[in-house]
Design a protein around this ligand. Structure first.
Ligand code: TD3
Ligand code: ZN
Length: 307
């Protein structure tokens, strides 16, 4: 059933697990997500970026999610706008039927981020839609980074407390050292778990981990076996995800892993049979691979079996 993101995440917050938020651009990714959720009995958050909306249309994305939610009525699902860049963008998503929106004004000064978030909260709450905001900048941190530099990039705990109190935001993404894409860490992976725990203590709301893809070894290998290049790629290891969930993360955003898993299969089929041009012969194994990856993630995050 299509429900508010707030409903899904408040349960996760109370019971101490995280729900995967998986990005979609097309029907195949969406089917993989729902089939995974069905097989391991997990709630899901389907998210679409402004880029995805430009690609497929908010009406199309909403219709597909609505259809799948009717096919699997027992699965709680929220449709979420990922990294909304303006109040207008959030309102458009709400009008299209999204049940959760992110207003990402984290690049603005604190007071501006706060004002925009407050506005989105007022509008969204009037129609039962959940709201996410972000504090700090998504950037990898190095071991030898200066304390002052780290403070400039990562979430500030006092600001997080004030921000949540004054905006009434439903869930917060605190920057703790992750970044988007396939190249998250130069050296060893490192996240500021202490800061995360402190943010959880002072805010006591669901928290969100962006840039959470893991680039599992077997997925990277499958991509590279077909001539793909992911040299130097590094993701968030599974044990870090477990630690993050213990520290209060309840929503884990994943896009890069799905893309790599999907495209590794497309590449494999293309390499194995250069005469092949039936779309389904590429996309079916690609969906299967994404589904297995998502199931594994649901187990790691603790959302499996939570329906
Ligand atoms: O918001 N997202 C998804 C869009 C990022 C572009 O890939 C995330 O935080 C997930 O990040 P990633 O790259 O680790 O999957
Ligand atoms: Zn993100």
């Amino acid at each position: 059933m299509l429900v508010s993101g707030k409903e899904i995440l408040e349960k996760a917050h109370k019971e101490g697990y995280a729900v995967g938020a998986f990005n979609i651009n097309n029907m195949e990714m969406l089917q993989a997500i729902f089939e995974a959720a069905n097989e391991v009995s997990s709630p899901i958050i389907v998210e679409a970026s402004e880029g995805a909306i430009k690609y497929a249309g908010a009406d199309m994305l909403y219709s597909m999610v609505k259809t799948m939610s009717e096919r699997y009525p027992h699965i709680p699902v929220a449709l979420h706008l990922d990294h909304g860049t303006s109040v207008e963008s959030c309102v458009k998503a709400i009008r299209a039927g999204f049940t959760s929106v992110m207003i990402d004004a984290s690049h603005d000064p604190f007071e501006e981020n706060l004002a925009k978030t407050k506005k989105v909260v007022e509008i969204a709450h009037a129609v039962g839609v959940g709201v996410e905001a972000e504090l700090g900048r998504l950037m990898g941190i190095e071991d030898n980074i200066e304390v002052s530099e780290r403070d400039a990039v990562l979430v500030n705990v006092d600001e997080a407390e004030e921000f949540v109190k004054r905006t009434g935001v439903d869930y917060l993404a605190p920057a703790i050292g992750t970044s988007h894409g396939a190249f998250k860490f130069k050296g060893e992976p490192k996240l500021d778990f202490e800061r995360l725990q402190a943010v959880k203590r002072v805010t006591d709301i669901p928290l969100v981990l962006h840039g959470a893809s893991s680039i599992p070894e077997e997925v990277r290998k499958a991509f590279e076996a077909t001539g793909g290049d992911l040299k130097g790629s590094k993701g968030v290891p599974f044990d870090f995800l477990v630690e993050a969930v213990k520290g209060g993360i309840n929503k884990v955003n994943t896009d890069t892993d799905l893309r790599i898993a999907f495209m590794a299969e497309v590449r494999r089929v293309a390499n194995e049979d250069p005469t092949q041009f039936d779309l389904r012969k590429f996309f079916k194994p690609a969906m299967q691979s994404v589904k297995e990856l998502i199931k594994k993630r649901m187990e790691v995050l603790g959302s499996a079996g939570k329906i």
